[in-house]
Each structure stands twice: as structure tokens, then as C-alpha cells.
Design a protein around this ligand. Structure first.
Ligand SMILES: O=P(O)(O)OC[C@H]1O[C@](O)(CO)[C@@H](O)[C@@H]1O
Length: 548
């Protein structure tokens, strides 16, 4: 990318930012321009994105698209899909897109077509899931499996958790999936409390098979099982693994015939499409998993072929850059009006913040501009009764993604109508606000005194001009969920290119892991903590005192 072109683009955007901050009033912009909604929208079939309620003008969008061109987003995109090693710090390709390239061209890594390997693992997962679902796979005592416990953390947990919650209406009867991630023993103890060892299957999911939390939980699960079934041989029928490190799987004691592999070109937070998706297949069946992959593939095709001005991930990414770098927003709210998407914000926290929470460039130079925003959110309407106050009347600029389905997958149509009305109402309220004149007009009909009105009126003013995207689709089926998740993956990719960071490493998680290892013997009181900094040493002493 040419730094000079980028600088010219940023200068132009800065200038537009000053103009927009001063002059753009969204309520007026809609009143003055009846075509605003028609102009600021992008779609992929029924997946529709209204971005007209953003603090943008045609000039802003044009300048942002110039920025995308200057950053060579399209050629980086093509390099990613082609298997170039764009994860430079780990010298790896980034090919989660190949995992859903179900009927596409061969994808080559080091001269080897990876598509047959991908299809082979899919076929093995399909056959395994069929054995579980039909009861053909028996536990150690000859009973069929009723409960599956996925033990994993981060990317080996959040994706399947989010998808299994999102696809709850598609769950197969007779199989319950549970997820244990936290090293806090409460997580596994609470989960296992109501389970029957004879009918429980554990999936140990870890890309590296070295993650301490996962191995600690895996060993506790093993102890629990052997303790109840009184036979070490039981492990063979109750433990399977998902990993890129099949040698370590074998060392743990799981037969590699019962292991499902994936590859180093799949990033942990991009891995739900790989064997990491096994709990999804067990929960909803292989065919629904394939629909999920096909949805992601549809978004991949769109991302690769739609022109920049009609490209959903590119558009969302550019609008995010506009808020982050020009208008000074530090966070992005993800507000799905869908109870089944309750884990989407947590999933996107890892996807986005672990990818773009960086402060050096791909080639190791310090960065002097803002990169990834804080991602947060909760489903509506619950959030309305909690934190929306701050979005409407607080001092932060918080761009919002509203996400909602036109149709519910449950029979309570009146609930869904209210849900959608609330979702649209929030987007409208944020945009239009309520002026002091409007508030005073309302209060004039009450029996408040003029002095009381003077105090109350400013409290009831909504500044408005608060931005949001509305992401609307027919229904939350596996295909749509696949499109939605891939849309965010590619949004994150585009932003990473513009910010010149490597979105596919995560060195920022290492220091804490290293220090936890050092501190463990001090917490266990087998080593003195006195040499640590005064606060840490003091905390260790205080801990020992409290333990008596
Ligand atoms: O699948 P693994 O290797 O156990 O790693 C789990 C998670 O840990 C991380 O490395 C961060 O701690 C994530 O990137 C990853 O998803």
C-alpha cells in the first residue's frame, strides 16, 4: 500500500469529519433527502443492511472507499482466499474460508490441495454424529450417549456455544450439549453435577492441545468418569478430541481414531467451521451444519465479487473505521434483537478484539492511530432496560449494530412484532432524538410549574444524531447465521488491512499465561512470593493469611 495515498485519504477524511461533526443532523438529512435510505443500503438476497442512519454523507462514503482502495483491501482479500501466508508473525496462511468452500475450486497450501482433507474430516464427523444420534455409539457400559460436554476455551468454545444457542430451534431431541471453558472448578463441577457418566461423552477441543484451562478440565473430567465407572478403559468410549496436535491427543490417552483434526491455517477464533464445530453437528445434525457452512460460503462469494460500494463487509468495516479513527468512538455495540443471539456479542469480542486489538503494524512498527474498538452488547429488549440510557443520553459516541429477523421461529407472533417494533424504535430514537422544544411542548400539558419544567425539560432531551446499522433478514436459520458470522469475519479482516495490523495472531494473551505459571507455586505456598512487586507479593501474603 502506498503510505502517501493513505495519508491523502486520511487527510480528506479528517476534513470531512470536521464538517460532519459540525453540520450533519440526521433528522434533517432524512427530511431533506427522500432517497437517503435507498442510497445507503447493501444486501445479499434477503440479508439487508440499512446504513442510512449513520453520520455519513456521499462524500464520506466516497472518501472511505478511496481509503479501502489505497489500502489495497481487494488484493489482500484475494491473497487471503488464495492461501498466501498473510499471518506473517506465525508464517501461516489464513484459510477459514476454505472450510466452507464446499463446491468451490481447489485451495492450495504448499502445493497441496487442502479441500480433500477438509471434506474427509467433514465426512468423519458426519459418520460419528450419525452413530451418536442413532445410539450406535455406546458408552463403556453399553448405553447410548445422551449428553455431550465440550471442553475448550476461547475459539475452541465461543463459536460452538454461540451457534448452538443461535440454532436452539433446530436442536435434535435426545442429545444435550454442555460447554465447560473456565478453569474455575465451579464450571465443570456445576456441569457434571446432573450428568450420568454412563451416557456422557466429552469432546476435548483445543487447537494446540496445550491450553492449561482445557487440559485441567479434561483431566478432571477423566477423573470423574473413571471414578464413577471404575475402569480406565472407559476413557476410550467417552472421550473424543478436536485438535491440530494429534500427537498430544494421543499422549493424553485419547485414541486418534476418535480425534478430528484441523490445520494451522485455521485461526482459533475462526475455527467454528472446522472440526471445532463437532458439538454443533451433535446438537443440530450434519445437514444443518452444512447449511451453516453454505451460508458462510455465500458471504465469502459476496465479499469476493461484490463491488466495494455494494459489499456488505467492506461497507460495515469502512463505517467502523470512520467512527473509530475520525469521529473518536472507542466502542461498538452489537445489539441483536434475538434471544438466541445472546452469545453473539461475546463471540464477536474474541473475533474482533483478539484480531484487531493491536498497537504495532504487520512489520513491527509502532502505531499512532486507533485500532480495534471495544466490542460489547446484549440482546434487546433487555439492554433497553439496562445500558441504553448511556447510549441515548451519555457522553460517549457509541455506534450500534442492530440485528433482527423479520420472522420468528416460535409461534408467538405478537411477541415478535413487539420485538421488531422495539428494535426499529431504538434505531429511530437514536437517530432523531427529541428536542427541547418537543419536550417543553409535551410538558406544557401537565400541571408542572414553569420552574419545574425548566429543571425537567433538559433531562428529557435526546440529542439524537446517534448512529446505527440495521441488519435485517428473513429468519435466523443456519444459512443466515453462517452469512452473519462470515460478514463479521470479513469486516474484521478489512479493518485489519486498513489499520495495517496482523489480525491473525494474538501475542497479547501470552504474558498473563506465563505469569500465571510462575505464580501458581506461590499461590500454592510451595514457593515464596517475596521477590515479586510489592502489590503481588502482598496479595500472596494476604491470600495465605485468609487461607489460615
Ligand atoms: O484451542 P486452544 O489451542 O486451546 O486455544 C484456545 C484459545 O486460546 C487463545 O490462544 C488465546 O488465549 C485463543 O486464540 C484460542 O482460541
Amino acid at each position: 500500500m502506498s503510505t502517501e495515498n493513505m495519508t491523502t485519504c486520511w487527510d480528506k477524511l479528517d476534513q470531512l469529519g470536521a464538517e460532519v461533526s459540525k453540520n450533519l443532523n440526521l433528522r434533517k438529512a432524512f427530511a431533506d433527502d427522500p432517497a437517503r435510505f435507498d442510497r445507503f443500503q447493501v444486501a445479499l438476497d434477503d440479508l439487508f443492511v440499512d446504513y442510512s442512519k449513520n453520520l455519513i454523507t456521499d462524500d464520506v462514503m466516497a472518501a472511505l472507499r478511496e481509503l479501502a482502495k489505497a489500502a489495497q483491501v481487494e488484493s489482500w482479500r484475494d491473497r487471503m482466499f488464495a492461501g498466501d501466508r498473510i499471518n506473517v508473525t506465525e508464517n501461516r496462511a489464513v484459510l477459514h474460508t476454505a472450510l466452507r468452500n464446499l463446491d468451490g475450486d481447489p485451495v492450495m497450501v504448499d502445493g497441496h490441495d487442502i479441500m480433500p482433507d477438509i471434506k474427509d474430516v467433514l465426512a468423519r464427523m458426519k459418520a460419528f454424529a450419525a452413530r451418536i444420534h442413532t445410539g450406535d455409539w455406546k458408552g463403556h457400559t453399553g448405553k447410548a450417549i445422551t449428553d455431550v460436554v465440550n471442553i475448550g476455551i476461547g475459539g475452541s468454545d465461543l463459536g460452538p456455544v454461540m451457534v448452538n444457542e443461535a440454532l436452539r430451534p433446530y436442536h435434535i431431541d435426545g442429545i444435550r450439549c454442555h460447554f465447560v471453558s473456565n478453569v474455575d472448578g465451579a464450571h465443570i463441577v456445576d456441569t457434571l453435577k446432573d450428568l450420568d457418566a454412563e451416557t456422557t461423552l466429552f469432546i476435548i477441543a483445543s487447537k494446540t492441545f496445550t491450553t492449561d484451562e482445557t487440559l485441567t478440565n479434561a483431566y478432571s473430567a477423566r477423573d470423574w468418569l473413571i471414578g464413577l465407572l471404575k475402569d480406565e478403559a472407559a476413557v476410550a468410549k467417552h472421550f473424543v478430541a478436536v485438535s491440530t496436535a494429534l500427537d498430544k491427543v494421543a499422549a493424553f490417552g485419547i485414541d486418534t481414531d476418535n480425534a478430528f483434526g484441523f490445520w494451522d491455517w485455521v485461526g482459533g477464533r475462526y475455527s467454528l467451521w472446522s472440526a471445532i464445530g463437532l458439538p454443533i453437528i451433535l446438537a443440530v445434525g450434519y445437514d444443518k451444519f452444512e447449511e451453516l457452512l453454505r451460508g458462510a460460503q455465500a458471504m465469502d462469494n459476496h465479499f469476493q465479487t461484490a463491488p466495494i460500494d455494494q459489499n456488505i463487509p467492506v461497507t460495515l468495516a469502512l463505517i467502523g473505521v470512520w467512527y473509530r479513527n475520525i469521529l473518536g468512538a472507542s466502542s461498538q455495540a452489537i445489539l441483536p434483537y434475538d434471544q438466541h443471539l445472546s452469545r453473539l456479542p461475546a463471540y464477536l469480542q474474541q473475533a474482533d478484539m483478539e484480531s484487531n486489538g493491536k498497537s504495532v503494524t504487520r512489520d513491527g512498527k509502532p502505531i499512532f492511530y486507533e485500532t480495534g474498538p471495544i466490542i460489547w452488547g446484549e440482546p434487546g429488549t433487555n439492554g433497553q432496560h439496562a445500558f441504553y440510557q448511556l447510549i441515548h443520553q451519555g457522553t460517549e459516541l457509541i455506534p450500534v449494530d442492530f440485528i433482527v429477523a423479520a420472522n420468528a421461529l416460535h409461534p408467538l407472533a405478537n411477541h415478535h412484532d413487539k420485538l421488531v417494533a422495539n428494535c426499529f424504535a431504538q434505531a429511530e430514537a437514536l437517530m432523531r432524538g427529541k428536542t427541547e422544544a418537543e419536550v417543553r411542548d409535551e410538558l406544557s400539558g401537565t400541571n408542572l410549574t414553569p420552574a419545574e419544567i425548566d429543571v425537567l425539560a433538559p433531562q428529557k432531551v435526546f440529542a439524537g444524531n446517534k448512529p446505527s446499522n440495521m441488519i435485517l433478514y428473513k429468519q435466523l436459520d443456519p444459512f443466515t447465521l453462517g452469512r452473519l458470522v462470515a460478514m463479521y469475519e470479513h469486516k474484521i479482516f478489512v479493518q485489519g488491512i486498513i489499520w495495517n495490523v496482523n489480525s491473525y495472531d494474538q501475542w497479547g494473551v501470552e504474558l498473563g499465561k506465563q505469569l500465571a505459571k510462575e505464580l501458581l507455586p506461590m499461590v500454592q505456598a510451595t514457593q515464596s512470593g517475596d521477590a515479586r512487586d510489592a502489590s503481588t507479593a502482598g496479595l500472596i501474603k494476604q491470600l495465605q493469611a485468609l487461607r489460615g
